[in-house]
Design a protein around this ligand. Sequence first.
Ligand SMILES: *Cc1c(COP(=O)(O)O)cnc(C)c1O
Length: 367
Amino acid sequence: MLDNHYLLLTPGPLSTSRKVREAMLKDSCTWDAEYNQGVVQVIRQKLVSLATSAEGYTTVLMQGSGTFSVESVLGCAIGSDEKVLIINNGAYGARMVEIAALLGISYHELDCGEVNQPSLSAVDQILACDPTITHIAMVHCETTTGMLNPLHEVAELAQQRDKRLIIDAMSSFGGIPMDIAELNIDFLISSANKCIQGVPGFGFVIAKTEALEACKNRARSLSLDLYAQWRCMEDNEGKWRFTSPTHTVLAFAEALKELEEEGGVSARYSRYSQNQASLLAGMERLGFSALLDSTLHSPIITAFYSPKAPEYRFADFYTRLKEKGFVIYPGKVSQNDCFRIGNIGEVYSEDIDALLKAIEQCCYWRK
Ligand SMILES: *Cc1c(COP(=O)(O)O)cnc(C)c1O
């Protein structure tokens, strides 16, 4: 299992395969056709085909972590006379609100709290009452809690009300099957170091070509101009506007190959789902309980309540587990004391079994 110093049970960066890491042992020229046409363009085509087989979609790769891509979409997609409804039920929804506020984008926030799914009737009511809203933005899998938001239902509302739809599918794309055309999504955002299982360094936006064309001259930032980046890639066969993260791109190309070899998104979804189910069952056997109701869980990451024992400290638990080769994640919800365990990346059921054994040995507060 392990050719690494520890196994990451975190939602990205996550544990990658040796071959993905080895793909980075080559230097590439950002002007070279073998790199641009042979790697970047192939990645772009593959990303669109992972998202749909329908016509009319394209993709833009963007330097930076996933947030940079979210910021480039919000900053370019929503015109100065338009308004976005942001559905917020966790840190990543809140981050979109923060971006909109900072960029001076007109927005309406629907704050659902951290442990609830958005109410569809509340969404619909806001849309009915405020005809100036032109866009809806929502996180698909809220990595804060692991909650899966009702993508199909919100997509249907967007379609009924004729609103453009922006989905932060950062922690779900590649790990949960979805068809961007069926859902009529205008902009879907994800990044290299989540379910595709690459290393950090860039994000990507899969968009309706027509929606992206409408972003011309709308950017609120020079380097995060999604439209200009797209035109550069289209007009120069895969050329990035500014220095491209070449090593990360090579790793990503290998990661896409491995996703195909595994059997595609549906096979990966099964593996993640099995990981999550055995993690949850095993943790409950060990006396831990999950923050969310089991019907709300995603197969990506699970939040558990911290033990109530006064001796418990996350930092001590973390260090003991790390010594045994497992790295877990602190909590991110504000109201409840939690820790999180992700199961995406090069993580298989035998790893979950080994993790559960290690956790059992690390419950020092019980001794
Ligand atoms: C990881 C993630 C992001 C991006 O976070 P970065 O730290 O910028 O990579 C955005 N939204 C969600 C839901 C995520 O899981």
